[in-house]
Design a protein. Structure first.
Length: 151
């Protein structure tokens, strides 16, 4: 059973960072998982984007062993709280049906993948910005005993 399931579009960036931060900040209790709604795992060799891994290492967190996962019924059922790292307008009807009976919340975070066409140095700047937003979100979740993130 996972306390939290972080979901983003493809599980190569935001949700991977959230899983890494959560497990690091809770001293590795691994009570969280991450998944994506689009299966791009083959494209990225079933791992987080390499530059996401790089910016996380700058914070002392190695997510290189985390695998890319595609959201499914089992992950949903085995998660107490679900955090979708995008706007509700971006959520498919299928995913809404999967989570409708779950404790979930939408937290809008920009998709760092939108910067992949930039030069590498600029990508890293944007990925660091995303990483820092995710870190703040995860810290807020951990520190909040009566979280207002959920309905």
């Amino acid at each position: 059973m996972f306390e939290y399931l972080f979901i983003c579009r493809s599980n190569i960036g935001r949700s991977q960072m959230a899983e890494g931060f959560f497990n690091h900040l809770t001293q590795g209790n691994n009570s969280t998982s991450a998944a994506g709604v689009e299966d791009v795992s083959d494209k990225y060799n079933h791992k987080p984007h390499p530059l996401i891994t790089e910016v996380m290492k700058e914070k002392g967190i190695d997510i290189s062993s985390q695998g890319v996962k595609f959201v499914d019924c089992d992950l949903i059922k085995n998660s107490l709280k679900i955090i979708l790292l995008f706007d509700k307008a971006e959520c498919s009807k299928n995913l809404l049906q999967l989570i409708e009976k779950s404790n979930f919340s939408f937290i809008s975070l920009a998709d760092p993948a939108m910067f992949l066409s930039l030069p590498t140095d600029d990508i890293l700047v944007e990925f660091r910005r995303s990483r820092d937003e995710v870190e703040k979100l995860v810290k807020d979740i951990i520190q909040s005993s009566h979280s207002n993130f959920f309905k």
